[in-house]
Write a protein that binds this ligand. Structure first.
Ligand SMILES: Cc1ncc(COP(=O)(O)O)c(C=O)c1O
Length: 405
């Protein structure tokens, strides 16, 4: 229950061939049957900002109610590259800083470290980012001569916490960004995996409209095919670059990308483009099977936890109840570190992730993350049985130690 990977049972190599063929015919018909153009588009070096930006634009308007000019979309090698390009572009000198709610996805803090950008931690509560703390951090940073350039946030089923922001918090976050002049980097790899019959809360980017405070970071790793490594950034802000010229932030990202990966593989883009075409630009219905599995796994894990640790039971173990996504966070009566993880792996044959990895300060917390996306319900039953044995054993060790001291 450590790997936050998508479920592999639905992967099919034949899909790749089919999607490639669909995209190939799409290019052929767009170019009026020009075979040279088909070859060039798929097999030659290509446009730095990518070739499936139109299809991504339609996908965003169909599934997320986000309506943007495709010129503001940069297709990237996974969302991870989009994150790095954005941070590297925003970082001009060492006064520039990224605000990040803690615990935070390590890919975001890791990309900030790679871009040599300082991270300002902000507290998170059960309903996501603590806006009061955010405002305090921004004011203090400015008083110290820093420039908080952006706030990173996963508004839907965050990694690792599973928390989601309600609509009022989303609105308030955008208003704060306007008031204090920073951008919001909305990373949304899990938003689609909510209950099939549930209403979605609008993304920050959909709420943003003409304010253009939000840079949207997308990933097709969970909704498309992880092996294609396709993600994107929507950066429709008009900003001044280092040389003083005003232009689209997307174009500044593309400048950095041209020195990093040149362009995203057109073959990989064609696979995702073909999938979007095959499903009329909507991945919500294309992922019905996956959503059902992830929702089922989540419910099953929560039931299994309740079976092992009913209300008022000892030891006291609690957990949050996300409405979707891949993760649940457990709070246990002892601090968890990597040494305990090794013990859990060796002795109890179960893996999970100590939460301190998502704080970046190395200080063990009494919390751990369970990933439920990669497993079958039977494996989850076995995993939680083993985890419960591990937790009871550690509580016994703790009371013994207390008794001795
Ligand atoms: C919150 C979050 N953002 C981004 C990513 C990475 O996305 P990609 O695989 O598209 O690079 C992940 C992957 O686990 C993630 O959890």
């Amino acid at each position: 229950m450590a790997a936050g990977r998508p479920y592999e049972g639905f992967f099919d190599i034949n899909d790749v061939h089919e999607y490639l063929r669909i995209y190939e015919s799409h290019v052929r018909s767009l170019s009026g049957g020009d075979e040279k153009q088909v070859h060039r588009t798929l097999l030659q070096y290509g446009r730095t900002k990518g070739i499936i930006h139109d299809l991504i634009g339609r996908n965003l308007s169909t599934d997320e109610g986000i309506h943007v000019d495709p010129e503001s979309i940069v297709v990237t090698v996974g969302c991870q590259e989009a994150l790095f390009l954005t941070l590297r572009t925003l970082r001009r000198d060492d006064r520039d800083a990224l605000i990040a709610p803690m615990p935070c996805y390590v890919g975001a803090t890791g990309a900030a470290a790679l871009a040599d950008m300082r991270v300002l931690p902000v507290a998170e509560h059960t309903a996501g980012i603590d806006l009061e703390d955010l405002e305090r951090v921004v004011k203090e940073a400015k008083a110290d001569g820093l420039r908080p350039r952006a706030c990173y946030v996963v508004a839907d089923f965050a990694n690792p916490s599973g928390a989601s922001l309600d609509i009022d918090t989303r609105e308030a976050l955008i208003r704060l960004a306007e008031k204090h002049d920073f951008l919001v980097l909305e990373d949304n790899p899990y938003g689609l995996f909510r209950a099939l019959d549930s209403e979605s809360t609008p993304t920050l980017k959909a709420l943003d409209g003409d304010r253009r405070r939000v840079v949207y970071l997308g990933s097709y790793a969970k909704t498309g095919l992880p092996g294609a490594r396709i993600g994107f950034a929507v950066a429709d802000q008009r900003t001044a670059s280092a040389d003083g010229r005003t232009g689209l932030l997307a174009d500044q990202l593309a400048k950095v990308k041209s020195m990093l990966t040149v362009n995203t593989s057109p073959i990989a883009q064609a696979v995702i483009g073909g999938k979007l075409l095959a499903h009329r630009h909507s991945l919500r219905s294309a992922n019905a099977r996956e959503t059902e599995l992830y929702q089922g796994n989540l419910r099953h894990a929560l039931n299994e936890l309740a079976r092992h640790f009913p209300d008022d039971s000892r030891p006291e173990v609690t957990w949050n109840t996300p409405a979707g996504g891949f993760f649940v966070v457990l709070t246990v009566p002892f601090a968890v570190d990597d040494e305990l993880l090794m013990h859990s792996a060796r002795r109890h044959q179960v893996l999970w992730t100590p939460l301190h990895h998502f704080y970046g300060d190395g200080r063990p917390r009494r919390q751990l993350r369970l990933s439920l996306s990669y497993l079958s319900p039977d494996e989850i039953t076995v995993g939680i049985n083993r985890l419960a044995d591990f937790i009871r054993e550690q509580c016994d060790v703790q009371s013994l130690q207390k008794g001795i001291s």
